[in-house]
Design a protein. Structure first.
Length: 367
């Protein structure tokens, strides 16, 4: 277990950690010890509701929304959420006034933070000059942050990488953080890899550029009045416990998405909190799906987040296979999930009904 005395969730006694002194407000600081990364096509409101059942303490992040979708699209649809708090919404954009207007929408929709994406390397964001492209223009990022902060009281944070293409030395990284910090940003989420635009897919950009945790450790020492959240390469509890004392928090993405019950393991390791077992969480989430189906939400939008729920338990593959084969059928309802459980033999599986703590205790008996 982590010695939580090693982690200060509010360094330097700061308040909301995002505002200039003229607009700090009275919001309580967010616990950033553990965060769920924003992932396109993954961390929608349904995913966040499910993961919140397993982890009361994780700070959730939405998938990125570009400013145009909110300003010229169905803003109420994109901003809709519930049961996922505390939750941050991530924006993609490069126009300070557009971002400021969207930040106001985010705050009005009840999110606890608004985050600016300065790290996504996809072709889509490259064509719009947003995401990782902004690493090359720290002054513009600072202008965007200042404009957003002027509009809202919730924290305005930045998620970025340590460099872009050949501009990946520590001096460039330091200059970027220094410039954006001067605009008032006090929380930086750092994917400890550089972004390579042109030639690498988003998946390759998550794996090929080497991790440089030392950049994050150094920048934390250089700017002690800021919080630095480490992202990248943290795939298990052992790694999380080893790295966390050196930073202000951790952000995990693909690992918990492929195995959501990892969040329950981290809840115990970091907070000594016993999360509900998988079957109890699934029963709650099934009720949630029923309510959403009644309002016209297709089952497939919600069931896809269940694929990894039983990872590591006998029958998990059969469960995934049944869901994948039937979730797209017209008019399908939650009976698809019930049938998948029965076919996989998971509805009465002892391990599926165990909390992480109970599972650990049982395993200790046989050692």
């Amino acid at each position: 277990m982590l010695d939580r005395s090693l982690i200060d969730p509010n360094p330097m006694g700061l308040n909301t950690l995002n505002k200039s002194t003229a607009n700090l407000g009275t919001l309580a600081p967010l616990d950033r010890t553990l965060s769920l990364a924003p992932m396109m096509g993954c961390t929608d409101r349904h995913c966040r509701y499910l993961f919140r059942l397993l982890s009361p303490n994780t700070l959730m992040y939405s998938e990125m929304l570009v400013t145009g979708a909110l300003l010229h699209g169905k803003a109420a649809h994109f901003l809709r959420h519930g049961g996922d708090e505390p939750c941050a919404l991530q924006l993609g954009g490069n126009d300070p006034q557009d971002l400021a207007a969207c930040a106001r929408m985010v705050e009005d929709a009840g999110y606890q933070e608004v985050n600016l994406n300065v790290g996504c390397p996809s072709d889509r964001v490259q064509s719009g000059g947003i995401g990782a492209c902004l690493i090359a223009t720290p002054a513009l990022v600072a202008e965007c942050v200042a404009a957003m902060q002027a509009e809202v009281k919730i924290p305005v944070t930045v998620k970025t990488r340590i460099g872009l293409n050949d501009q990946d030395d520590y001096e460039h990284f330091h200059h970027f953080i220094e410039t954006v910090r001067e605009a008032g940003c006090r929380v930086f989420i750092i994917h400890a890899r550089k972004a390579i635009l042109g030639g690498l897919s988003p998946k390759d950009n998550r794996e090929i550029p080497p991790l440089k945790y030392d950049y994050v450790y150094r920048i934390k020492a250089d700017f002690p009045d800021c919080q630095f959240i480490l992202n990248g390469g943290i795939n298990d509890t052992a790694t999380a416990l080893a790295v966390l004392p050196k930073v202000d928090g951790l952000m995990l993405g693909r690992a918990p998405y492929s195995n959501p019950y990892l969040l329950a393991e981290l809840e115990w390791a970091l907070y000594q909190h016993t999360s509900m077992d998988r079957l109890t969480a699934l029963a709650d989430y099934t009720d949630y799906m029923v309510r959403n189906i009644e309002t016209g939400e297709p089952l497939k939008h919600m069931v896809r987040h269940l694929m990894g729920l039983f990872t590591g338990i006998r029958g998990a593959r059969s469960f995934r296979r049944h869901l994948g084969a039937h979730m797209f059928e017209t008019g399908s309802g939650t009976e698809v999930v019930e049938q998948a459980l029965a076919e996989a033999g998971l509805n009465h599986h002892a391990e599926a009904a165990e909390t992480f703590v109970a599972q650990q205790a049982r395993q200790q008996q046989y050692r």
